[in-house]
Design a protein around this ligand. Structure first.
Ligand code: XMP
Length: 515
């Protein structure tokens, strides 16, 4: 059976990715495309339903992003959200006006007309919903009925049920909207009549076959392993698809967690017959980092040195045609999304520049997946918890957790402290509950006392955070007994540390890493 597909047209909302994630969580495959796509291109994607996202523009502006009205005649079920609703109202002949003031935040929704969208809602009166809009629909287009109102807008939801066109002024994809998931599911399953047939075992089956076809019978592929879940999944998938024609390279830059490189290599060698090159390049990286304090410079040096070492490995192998990378869907969305003039692009380039430099074609088997889906694929592949649920680890590794210059002595201190944090979080069960937990070495020394001796030694900061996607984060309220144990162990066991502090800042305005 073909997988059903919902296309989300992105009109620039900060929540567009969330819509895609919610739909996939409901078991339906969804893809985001910019609103500038032509109707021919849209048709070629063969969607079973269409969602128009929110966005910052006003339909009353003649340059505002639009939708070809013909699309409404295709018989596709359509859901417009926020700007998407105003756009539908505008195209179909309703009246959209600028609201007196922007409405942002919680509002109460009152259902005025029963319909499929509202089926199975727990609350029927005064549903808490999340609003974020400037314009509002004053009068619905001919043929549309009003489905709900709030105290500030009379048309908070509307529909033309005969044409299966629905529209919401609020955001059902945002967690603050009560029963938002149920509303989206009602659209998917009661209105659009879709099948929840998107799951990771069918993904694997389809993509392993696709990889074999794409790569062919004879070509060789190289893949950089970092020890993280993404690159490990890429390697294991490719190994299953093409066996020994995959060559994996794991570069030990000396900046990894204590024993981490060895651990992942041992696991992969034991469980998969991978072609695995474990390159020892610690001295090279450390010598290049000597005397460098600026975090951006450290990142660049590490990035360039990695490319150099990787290239050398690749040269030793003949006939490599492809480079496999663990690019995920959020990176793809970032590159195609509809951006306003003030959009800020944030990205971490870890292996950037490799394919162009090495003249290799790219293979990106995970480019359709969100992180939680990659973890599900990892489970399908039989990978163990310590890989599936491994905390994110930055490409520049411990170098950005040692503030200031990276030296062998500082690295030794941080690796040992980090190991203690890791082990105690594991032992207490907190490792799998938090997003990330790690130690940071501060470039300063403070006074302490040990026995009768005055000491003057390093400070370790503990950073343990909860997060959904690293965009925002809050410090985890780890029980004080566990913090006490970690602190005692670090101070007693790690030579060169006499003080441990806890980072109690949230992101924003702080970040997760200290750099
Ligand atoms: P920040 O510090 O920006 O981190 O709040 C957000 C998430 O990204 C990770 N991070 C990086 N990952 N290369 C990476 O691959 C990097 O240069 C980098 N810097 C931060 C960080 O660990 C957190 O999960």
């Amino acid at each position: 059976m073909e997988t059903d597909k919902v296309i989300i047209l992105d009109y620039g909302s900060q929540y567009t990715q969330l819509i895609a994630r919610r739909i996939r969580e409901a078991g339906v495959y969804s893809e985001i495309h910019p609103c500038t796509i032509t109707s021919e291109e849209l048709k070629a994607l063969k969607p079973q339903a269409l969602i128009l996202s929110g966005g910052p523009a006003s339909v009353t502006n003649h340059e505002a992003p639009a939708l070809d009205p013909q699309v409404l005649d295709w018989g596709l079920p359509i859901l417009g959200i926020c700007y998407g609703m105003q756009l539908l109202a505008h195209i179909c002949g309703g009246e959209v006006v600028p609201a007196q003031d922007r409405e942002y935040g919680r509002a109460e929704l009152f259902i005025t007309e029963d319909c499929a969208l509202w089926e199975g809602l727990v609350v029927k009166e005064g549903i808490k919903v999340w609003m974020s809009h400037g314009d509002k629909v004053l009068a619905p287009p001919p043929g549309f009925i009003v489905l709900a109102r709030t105290n500030r807008v009379d048309v908070a939801a509307m529909a033309d049920p005969a044409r299966k066109i629905y529209a919401l002024q609020f955001h059902p994809e945002v967690a603050h909207t009560e029963d938002g998931d149920q509303i989206l599911r009602n659209f998917l399953f009661r209105i659009a009549d879709l099948n929840p047939n998107w799951n990771m075992s069918s993904f694997l089956e389809e993509h392993l076959a696709r990889l074999r076809e794409e790569i062919g019978e004879n070509e060789q592929v190289i893949c950089a392993l970092s020890g993280g879940v993404d690159s490990t999944v890429v390697a294991v998938m490719l190994h299953k698809a093409i066996g020994h024609r995959l060559h994996c390279v794991l570069v030990d830059n000396g900046l990894l967690r204590l024993g981490e490189g060895e651990e992942i290599v041992a696991y992969l060698r034991q469980h998969f017959d991978l072609n695995l090159h474990f390159v020892q390049a610690q001295d090279l990286f450390l010598s290049r980092l000597k005397g460098v304090e600026d975090p951006e410079k450290k990142r660049k040096i590490i990035g360039h040195t990695f490319i150099e070492v990787f290239e050398q490995e690749a040269k030793a192998l003949t006939g490599i045609k492809y480079l496999a990378q663990g690019t995920l869907y959020p990176d793809v969305i970032e590159s195609i999304s509809f951006k306003g003039p003030s959009a800020v692009i944030k990205s971490h380039h870890n292996v950037g520049g490799l394919p162009e430099k090495m003249d290799l074609a790219l293979i990106e088997p995970l480019r359709e997946l969100f992180k939680d889906e990659v973890r599900k694929v990892a489970v399908e592949l039989g990978l163990p918890d310590f890989i599936v649920w491994r905390h994110p680890f930055p490409g520049p590794a411990l170098a950005i957790r040692i503030l200031g210059e990276v030296t062998q002595e500082r690295l030794n201190i941080l690796q040992q402290a980090d190991k203690i944090v890791h082990n105690e979080l594991m032992a207490s069960g907190w490792y799998y509950k938090v997003w990330q937990g790690f130690a940071v070495l501060l470039p300063l020394k403070t006074v302490g006392v040990m026995g009768d001796e005055r000491t003057y030694e390093h400070v370790i900061a503990l950073r343990i955070v909860d997060s959904i996607d690293a965009m925002t984060a809050d410090w985890t309220r780890v029980p004080s007994e566990i913090l006490a144990l970690i602190s005692n162990r670090i101070i007693n066991e790690v030579k060169g540390v006499n003080r441990v502090v806890l980072d109690i800042s949230s992101k924003p305005p702080s970040t997760i890493e200290w750099e």
